[in-house]
Each structure stands twice: as structure tokens, then as C-alpha cells.
Design a protein around this ligand. Structure first.
Ligand code: HEC
Length: 282
């Protein structure tokens, strides 16, 4: 009996140690937050009030928002940024029908070849095409953008720390440097051709401010404020980077539920298998 009790206490102790061990890094991180050293100015990104609809364990895409974000990408960002890992057919995820996707694809010109002589031409897109790149090559991209290359946006929310909030913040981070800072250090002076952005890692970005109010007219009538467009395009780019985000969360739920069920079943069968046995008397 005492041996059995000892075993249980030992087991509980071991579980407690393991649990503490697994929680310790998180707790330490919470108590002493790590300072990111590459945000020259803003240490913390901003996020929309109430967060994004796809965040949290029960999150879901807001398809209206994804459609608005797509509109912003198409009408604004696509002038400089490619989206090379997304195909037009993927737009069905945003709630467009097959016919709408076909029409949408056809509204873009993609590189093709001439049937007769094989020369390079542009043709309207079809659903299996991928989003075309705005520049022929990096040299052209640099030539148009003050020697900076606008990165592909397919995976941008994953390629930056806290990427979702980062993109949201970056779109709204255009500002003027504080004159007091400029007086203190010439580093705060914005070089010609660059723009001061508090969230960019070296505060001077080659991308001009993009989301000026009403630069797009939303098809669904939503007011196109800078904040609204930033949130919408960020949601769209998050989807582009991980279209299966919601599915992954839902699968996770199912798996946890199943594991709980299996644990219950395991416990009951243990009870039934050992039902006839009496603990050995010492
Ligand atoms: C006129 C061209 C142009 C347009 C339009 C444009 N960008 Fe950019 N973007 C750039 C350039 C150039 C860079 C590279 C900046 C640098 O390295 O200094 C960039 C960089 C970025 C980055 C990466 C920043 C980083 O951390 O490296 C993001 C994110 C971004 N743009 C998002 C957008 C979004 C979203 C839109 C549409 C709302 C957009 N851009 C429209 C030119 C553009």
C-alpha cells in the first residue's frame, strides 16, 4: 500500500516537474520580454482594435474583408509587388464563384507565347495562372524604386517577426521624424528618395506611403480609411501566406477532442481489465 502511494506521489511529482519545465520559458519570456533589436524605432507593432477575425483558436476568415484586401492588392500593391505563389484559382477561397474567378483572371495580363512563332506576348490570365510580376527582373525593379526591390508578398506575413501586425503597422507607419531626434542625430534625417516609417527596421523605407484615404473605392461600400485598407490588405496577405490557417486550427480542435475521448476510453478499459484484481496485501 505504502509503495503504491509512494509511486503515485512520485508520478505526480514528475508530472509537476515536467509541466513546470515546459511552462518555464514562456513564463520567463512574459516576465522579461525580449527586446527586438532590429526595430530601430518602434518596439511594438500596432494591431486593429479587437484583433483580426482569423486570430485565436476559434478564429475564422472574414471573406468580405479578404475580398476588400484583394481589391487593395490588385489596385495598389500589385503595381510594384508580385504574389508569385498564389494562383487565380485560389481566389475561390475568398468566396468567388468559378465564373467570377475566370473573369477575374482574365482581367490580368500574364506572360505567354505566340502560338505561331513562339515569341513572347502578353495574354489574359486563366484560373491556373499565377499572379504576374510587375517587373521583368530585379534590375528593372530597382530602377523604378530608388535601388530597392519590392519583395514578393506571398509569404511576407510569415517572413517578418509578428508579421501580421507588422504589415498592418508598416502601412500606417509613415510619419515625420521628431525634430528633437533629428537635432540629436543626423541618422534621423530622411535621405532623398526614402520615406520615414517608424516600423521599418532602419526607419527609412524606399516604398512611398501607399494607403492614402480613399485610394480605392470598395465594391462593398466600406469607407476606405487608411486603417481599414491596412487591415484588409493584411488579412488578404495572411490568407495568401497560409490559406489553410483556419483548417489547421479546426483540425487541431478535432484532434484534441479525439485524444480526450481516447484517454477516457483508455481509462475505462483499464478499469474493466483490472476490475477483478484485488491489491496485494503485504
Ligand atoms: C510604388 C511601388 C510600391 C507600391 C505600390 C507598394 N510597395 Fe511595398 N515596397 C516597395 C519597395 C520599393 C519596397 C522595399 C523597401 C525597402 O527595402 O526600402 C517595399 C517593401 C514592402 C514591404 C516589406 C517591408 C520590409 O519589412 O522589408 C511590405 C510588407 C510592403 N512593401 C507592402 C506593400 C503593400 C501591402 C502595398 C499595397 C498596399 C505596397 N507595398 C505597395 C514599393 C511599393
Amino acid at each position: 500500500m505504502t509503495i503504491r502511494l509512494g509511486g503515485i506521489i512520485f508520478g505526480l511529482g514528475l508530472t509537476a516537474v515536467l509541466l513546470l519545465w515546459s511552462l518555464l520559458p514562456g513564463a520567463l519570456n512574459f516576465a522579461f520580454p525580449e527586446k527586438p533589436d532590429y526595430y530601430a524605432f518602434q518596439e511594438k507593432n500596432i494591431s486593429p482594435e479587437g484583433g483580426f477575425s482569423f486570430e485565436g483558436p476559434m478564429g475564422n476568415w472574414d471573406t468580405q474583408q479578404l475580398q476588400r484586401g484583394y481589391q487593395v492588392y490588385k489596385e495598389v500593391c500589385s503595381a510594384c509587388h508580385s504574389l508569385q505563389y498564389v494562383a487565380f484559382r485560389n481566389l475561390e477561397d475568398l468566396g468567388y464563384s468559378e465564373a467570377e474567378v475566370r473573369a477575374e483572371a482574365a482581367s490580368w495580363m500574364v506572360p505567354g507565347i505566340d502560338d505561331k512563332d513562339g515569341s513572347a506576348i502578353e495574354r489574359p490570365g486563366i484560373p491556373t495562372d499565377y499572379f504576374p510580376a510587375p517587373y521583368a527582373n530585379d534590375v528593372e525593379a530597382r530602377a523604378f524604386n530608388n535601388n530597392a526591390i519590392p519583395p514578393d508578398l506571398s509569404l511576407i506575413t510569415k517572413a517578418r517577426k509578428d508579421g501580421v501586425n507588422y504589415v498592418y503597422s508598416l502601412m500606417q507607419g509613415y510619419n515625420e521624424p521628431d525634430p528633437a531626434d533629428v537635432a540629436k542625430s543626423p541618422d534621423f534625417e530622411t535621405p532623398p528618395g526614402l520615406y520615414f516609417n517608424e516600423y521599418f527596421y532602419n526607419i527609412n523605407i524606399a516604398m512611398p506611403p501607399q494607403l492614402l484615404p480613399d485610394i480605392v473605392t470598395y465594391a462593398d461600400g466600406t469607407e476606405a480609411t487608411t486603417e481599414q485598407m491596412s487591415a484588409d490588405v493584411t488579412a488578404f496577405l495572411t490568407w495568401a501566406g497560409e490559406p489553410s490557417l483556419i483548417q489547421r486550427k479546426q483540425t487541431g480542435f478535432f484532434v484534441i477532442a479525439f485524444l480526450l475521448f481516447a484517454t477516457g476510453l483508455g481509462f475505462l478499459s483499464y478499469k474493466s481489465v483490472w476490475a477483478g484484481m484485488k491489491p496485494k496485501k503485504k
